[in-house]
Design a protein around this ligand. Structure first.
Ligand SMILES: Cc1cc2nc3c(=O)[nH]c(=O)nc-3n(C[C@H](O)[C@H](O)[C@H](O)COP(=O)(O)OP(=O)(O)OC[C@H]3O[C@@H](n4cnc5c(N)ncnc54)[C@H](O)[C@@H]3O)c2cc1C
Length: 428
């Protein structure tokens, strides 16, 4: 068997990453084994002696939740990977650029996401340990059922099948657990105790840092696709006027996908303006903090949700209703008085102790919606070596590690994406 010096450098990078992040010896050996397996292939023509298969080279564009994790999984599978981003992982324009994102497996009848969320939570926790960095906080999520109860009722058997605990609570029971909430108008509540929140923008940076420590190449650059020749993308063009080529390209560009591929995705991905508010709780009052309060969802005709106070940033409230169209590059991120009024009214009705709470901070972000709010994981129909990953549609962040693993397998040809993620669905 013959190993090239580059192989030893990558092995060393993995070993060092493992040592600095308290990865145990078994983890390091597992990754080394994967590297070895991907670097050495037996050759029948050489009488069983191994010959080195060149590592595949992949370029991932976009270091948000989808691209960052995809790049990391491809790297861990033994590929050479370059990750590029115009402004950096979890930047203030990116959909992943918020402080916190909810992770929950309650998904109505959409079993595919319940399963993906369960696997994602496992991967978040595994990697947290590997990096010795806390990104997930378990608070539970309380769904307050106001109008139709179909979503919550459909969720329960799927949560059970996934082995996740849940509680169906009467409003009296819920009120006993959470006396901070006024349950007027609520029919019943569903509590998913394993749900919680993730430190979103920080996680993107942590993933990128791990990617670099483990041997990946990260650069800040704006990317344009080059020419398609004989059904494959020949190269990408970078903002410093250089070019790069790879075996395959993954475009995980969130709300920008429609701009990069206007003919294919211009009408498929619609970025909408979404506003997020952080209100101040009374001095010394810990009732609305992460240790005492769950993620909550006020599920009526409109869906408001919130994340309890964490990192001393205030009590977060957002309206899930899709706002007007928004340009992620040039859009000004200033909140609208109407959205603030609606958030305040909901907060004061549902959480009476927060009456007159001052607004501490606010964010304007964007959802990158697909028409059916399912993700997109597919090849470009005119360039077989181009993968399009996106359509997070307001619920993508939590799935980052599981989706990244899934995409990495699809790109390497070991799985075909589920039809629910394919672009062909928009042609029907
Ligand atoms: C207010 C709000 C609340 C949300 N709440 C939740 C939640 O509670 N739970 C949940 O799971 N999800 C939630 N989401 C959705 C989730 O955040 C997104 O679906 C997810 O972050 C999308 O990740 P992404 O990697 O696809 O896109 P992005 O995070 O936008 O990443 C795309 C990246 O590509 C880069 N890029 C784009 N074009 C180029 C180019 N040409 N060259 C180089 N780089 C480029 C950008 O700079 C960016 O960093 C929420 C979203 C918003 C806005």
């Amino acid at each position: 068997m013959c190993y090239e010096p580059e192989f030893f450098l990558r092995l060393l990078a993995v070993y060092n990453a493992g040592m600095s992040s308290k990865m145990n010896r078994r983890d390091v050996l597992k990754i080394s084994g994967a590297l070895t397996a991907s670097a050495i292939l037996p050759s029948a023509s050489q009488g069983g002696q191994g010959v080195r298969a060149p590592a595949k080279k992949y370029i991932v564009v976009g270091s948000g939740a989808f691209g960052g994790w995809t790049a990391l999984h491809l790297l861990r599978a033994g590929a050479k990977v370059t990750l590029l981003d115009s402004w950096g992982p979890g930047n203030s324009r990116a959909s992943s650029g918020g402080e916190t994102r909810v992770i929950r497996a309650t998904y109505g009848s959409r079993a595919i996401y319940t399963k993906m969320a369960v696997h994602a939570l496992q991967l978040w926790q595994e990697n947290e340990k590997r990096w010795n960095r806390k990104l997930y906080t378990r608070t539970g999520a309380l769904w307050m059922v106001i109008g139709s109860e179909e979503f919550e009722t459909d969720s329960m058997p799927l949560l059970k099948a996934a082995g996740l605990p849940y509680e169906r609570l009467t409003t009296q029971e819920a009120s006993k657990k959470f006396p901070q909430i006024n349950f007027d108008g609520v029919n019943w509540a569903l509590l998913e105790p394993e749900a919680g929140f993730l430190l979103a923008r920080q996680a993107c940076e942590v993933v990128r840092d791990a990617f670099v420590r483990e041997g990946g190449d990260y650069r800040q650059s704006f990317v344009r696709p080059g020419k398609v020749l004989s059904g494959n993308l020949s190269e990408i063009l970078l903002s410093d006027n250089s070019h790069m080529a790879a075996d395959a390209y993954v475009f995980a560009c969130g709300p920008w996908l429609g701009k990069i591929f206007p003919d294919l995705l211009g009408k498929v991905i619609s970025p909408t303006r979404q506003e997020v508010f952080y209100f101040g709780t009374p001095a010394g009052d810990t009732r609305f903090n992460q240790e005492n309060f769950p993620i909550w969802i006020n599920h009526g005709d409109a869906l408001f949700y919130g994340i309890p106070g964490n990192q001393y940033r205030g009590f977060k409230i957002a309206d899930d209703t899709h706002g007007p169209e928004f340009d992620p590059t040039s859009g000004e991120r200033v909140i609208s008085p109407d959205a603030l009024k609606a958030a305040r009214e909901l907060m004061e009705m549902r959480f009476p102790a927060l009456k007159n709470a001052p607004l501490l901070e606010s964010r304007v972000c964007q959802y990158e919606n697909s028409p059916d709010s399912h993700f997109i994981v597919d090849r470009h129909p005119e360039a077989a070596n181009v993968w399009i990953i996106g359509g997070g549609s307001g619920h993508g962040f939590k799935h980052g590690p599981a989706l990244g693993e899934y995409v990495s397998k699809a790109v390497q040809g070991t799985i075909e994406p589920d039809p629910v993620f394919r672009l062909a669905r928009f042609k029907k």
